[in-house]
Design a protein around this ligand. Structure first.
Ligand code: M6R
Length: 346
């Protein structure tokens, strides 16, 4: 069943290039759904865990590429925000399983007042029967508790949605290049394994990103916590100086997400501050970035990737990093302690 792989998690990561293609084949259906939306002037995403991080990328995309006021609410906190819902709010629910109790509860509240869309992986799940519109993520069954390929497919659906909502042809064209580029990332697992060996005894990790990759930092840290039991914290690059910089000390591993693009200079400066305090830097950046020459641990990407699309690729390395740390520590990444694949209690 694992198709020759040691764990479902690694099998599912290796399926990502194909999942990207399969999800892109839903483009026409997504276009049709977008054409059916009623008038709205505000978007609200609701989700938990990894699906919440995908939603955050949706927020950055819609705010920056289209300019519709957008917010993201954790499903378990949604009931405290229901007063401002109205018929001009489009509420988007993102869930792999379609069975998450918090998300189902929130959908029941939202549909009384607003139009609802669900982005779901499991066909026929509870959420798909309640929402006004449904988009399927086409990732196939995900067995490992840690969400990997379903996150990528949620992102593809969100990018398609944004491309159609904003009539953005360029974004659409660029999306079609992503599957090929994702294959390249999977070819460097040996390098990631070396980094995993080096840091497996760490007690804490920081993941730092800005803009579109702040959610990538959060998701990288969640994967780490979930399957390696190491404390990992995702932080926006500019926010560190407002407190957590006090925790940076010699040899603490810090993953810096540094794609080329408009956010580069500021993020670079923020990472320099961290490096100067003795942290061990693991940098995800462009392979033509000469500022990275003195960095020992770096995972480099094709500089052609637009910053807007970088979350789709950079997260793959962070999934692999968490996976290999888990393996190095002798943990079964498919079955992390205390967790279930779908959380059916509130
Ligand atoms: O099925 P859902 O997408 O609604 O699940 C939400 C979270 O429980 C889920 O993403 C969880 O955070 C993952 N195990 C993280 O890898």
């Amino acid at each position: 069943e694992k198709g020759g792989y040691e764990h479902f998690m690694i099998k599912e990561i290796y399926e990502e290039p194909q999942v990207i293609k399969d999800t892109l084949s839903e483009a026409e259906k997504i276009k049709e759904i977008v054409s059916k939306f009623k008038n709205f002037n505000r978007i609200c995403f609701v989700a938990c865990g990894t699906s919440y991080h995908a939603s955050l990328i949706g927020e950055y995309l819609i705010e920056s590429q289209i300019g519709i006021p957008t917010e993201v609410i954790l499903a378990s906190e949604f009931e405290y925000f229901q007063k401002t819902l109205d018929k001009h709010t489009l509420v988007i629910f993102i869930t792999q399983s379609g069975e998450t109790a918090d998300t189902i509860k929130a959908l029941k509240i939202a549909k009384k007042k607003s139009e609802t869309l669900a982005i779901v992986n499991v066909v026929g799940s509870s959420i798909t029967r309640e929402a006004d519109h449904v988009i399927y993520t086409r990732a196939g069954p995900e067995i490992s508790v840690a969400a990997t390929k379903t996150y990528i497919s949620q992102l593809i659906c969100i990018y398609l949605l944004v491309a159609y909502l904003g009539e953005n042809e360029k974004l659409l064209d660029n999306l079609y290049k992503i599957s090929r580029l994702s294959e390249k990332i999977l070819s460097r697992e040996e390098q990631i394994r070396e980094i995993a060996k080096k840091y497996k005894f760490a007690r804490d990790f920081f993941y730092i990103g800005r803009g579109f990759n702040y959610p990538t930092a959060l998701e990288g840290a969640l994967k780490l916590k979930e399957i390696t039991y190491i404390h990992g914290e995702g932080y926006p690059a500019g926010e560190l100086k407002h407190g957590p910089l006090a925790l940076i000390e010699d040899n603490i591993p810090v993953v810096g997400i540094l794609p080329p693009g408009p956010s580069y200079r500021k993020t670079y400066n923020n990472l320099q501050e961290i490096k100067a305090r003795g942290a061990d830097m693991i940098i995800l950046g462009a392979n033509n970035d000469t500022h990275l020459d003195d960095i020992e641990d770096k995972l480099l990407f094709d500089p052609e990737i637009d910053e807007v699309l970088s979350p789709l690729l950079y997260i793959i390395d962070l999934q692999l990093l968490a996976y290999y740390i888990s393996i190095e520590k002798g943990i079964d990444p498919d079955k992390p302690k205390n967790l279930a694949k779908s959380v059916t209690v509130e």
